[in-house]
Design a protein around this ligand. Structure first.
Ligand code: ADP
Length: 418
């Protein structure tokens, strides 16, 4: 049977996030890191997620990547296409949500796209077309200061119209709560009024379930993990998920932290009270010699393994700023990313079969260097962060972007081992 959903995600941890929400509903999900160049076994797979790095690149590149991903998914006969972006609608007046949606509308021949970033479980709600983060308007939530995609307007209709080619309408909460018929006639009315996109209000998971049951086949689905999770929950799935959903206790684990977010700082501080932990010497990371890599490897091997030893570059914001001022932001960032990825490869060669990684960019490079082309999605450790398993070998990964999880995340990831 062909996959029911083919998903194009505009970044790596966002792809894992949506894959996790769908797996939670019992679907078998495969996440592919980039567009595959060889054959992938999709037997009994309910949903395929292709992760791209198209959120902040040039518009033409984002469109070209998305077109290739769409063609690959079509080739696998995926029944429905879904364009996944962040639940905070991360984009600029140039794109890339608008231009990629336009491209997918043109390529599929569909007349209308729905936009549904809402993810109530993580505090992202949409009311009167305005996006809120834990009750704060998007432009007052901290997202107005994002270094790449500052969100300075909570009105998604305006945000979309600035970066897309057509006009945007709204399916308001009152209509959603009136049910399927109301939603379908309102969508039709918007199309007849020349709207090319419709923002979907949603305040609760129940609203998402109503939407999932009501959206007709002839609209392009775009949004966050919430609507996709609701779609999965509202449809039957293969009764038996063949793959293990959690790693076994056998073998060794490591925690590699390259994120300096507030939450990762708390997680590291909490974890190192109990587990063996080693701070990375940033200067030596920038020197990038093999001797330092070997020293960290030897340290790992000499440690007790009741809890996975932690190796971390995580520091408070002032220290990070000082290092960036001294070496340059990109130099220090990529030196640490490279060191952690090289460490992951070396430890894996030495038999480490479970890696917990903190940091979006950190995780992305680590997966690339480990040569992981795709993984199956297991059980969630926390909403949006599942254990995943390499499709080709017995290697398990937990990939956490900066602010996910609570302060006990590193413990929780290991407490669920089978
Ligand atoms: P997050 O998901 O929290 O944004 P990322 O891994 O995406 O985490 O980004 C964190 C960036 O900060 C990486 O490029 C990483 O190499 C860099 N970094 C980590 N530790 C330090 C440090 N002590 N000083 C400077 N930069 C650091």
């Amino acid at each position: 049977m062909a996959p029911k959903l083919g998903i194009i995600a505009d970044d790596f941890t966002g792809a894992t996030d949506i894959a996790s929400f769908i797996a939670l509903a019992g679907w078998k999900v495969i996440q592919l890191n980039g567009i595959p160049d060889d054959k992938v076994d999709l037997a009994n797979v309910d949903a395929v997620v292709i992760s791209l790095k198209s959120r902040s690149c040039a518009v033409a590149e984002a469109q070209a990547l998305s077109r290739q991903a769409m063609k690959w998914l079509n080739h696998q006969h995926c029944k429905r296409l879904y364009f996944k972006y962040c639940s905070t609608f991360d984009s600029t007046a140039l794109g890339n949500i608008g231009p990629v949606t336009d491209l997918l509308l043109t390529e599929t021949g569909l007349n209308m796209a729905v936009l549904c970033p809402a993810l109530p479980i993580n505090g992202r709600t949409v009311v009167h077309g305005h996006l809120f983060v834990h009750g704060q308007p998007l432009n007052e939530s901290g997202m107005q200061n994002h270094p790449l995609t500052p969100m300075t307007d909570a009105n998604l209709l305006r945000v979309m119209e600035k970066q897309a080619s057509g006009e945007c309408g709204l399916i308001p909460l009152s209509c959603i709560q009136a049910g399927k018929q109301a939603i379908q006639s309102h969508l039709l009315a918007l199309q007849q009024a020349g709207k090319r996109y419709a923002v979907l209000d949603a305040l609760t998971d129940a609203d998402l379930m109503t939407l999932a049951a009501s959206l007709p086949e002839d609209v392009l689905l775009t949004g966050g993990s919430g609507l996709a999770g609701a779609l999965a929950a509202s449809q039957p799935h293969n009764p038996m998920r063949e793959d293990q959903a959690i790693p076994a206790r056998e073998g060794n684990s490591v925690v590699l932290a390259g994120s300096c977010s507030l939450m990762t700082n708390q997680q590291v501080a909490r974890y190192r009270q109990t587990a063996p932990a080693k701070a990375i010497d940033v200067e030596r990371a920038v020197e990038a010699g093999d001797a330092y890599l070997q020293e960290l490897t030897d340290w790992y091997q000499s440690q007790p393994k009741d809890w996975a030893p932690l190796i971390y570059a995580t520091r408070p914001a002032e220290e990070v700023k000082a290092m960036q001022a001294r070496f340059g932001l990109e130099v220090v960032g990529s030196a640490i990313e490279n060191l952690l990825a090289a460490l992951a490869v070396r430890l894996n060669q030495l038999g480490v079969n479970k890696i917990i990684a903190a940091g979006g960019e950190t995780s992305s490079l680590l997966v690339q260097q480990l040569g992981v082309k795709g993984f199956t999605i297991g059980d969630a450790i926390t909403p949006g962060v599942p254990w995943v398993k390499d499709v080709h070998r017995s290697l398990w990964l937990a990939l956490k972007s900066g602010n996910f999880g609570d302060e006990n995340f590193f413990f929780k990831a290991q407490e669920i081992f089978a």
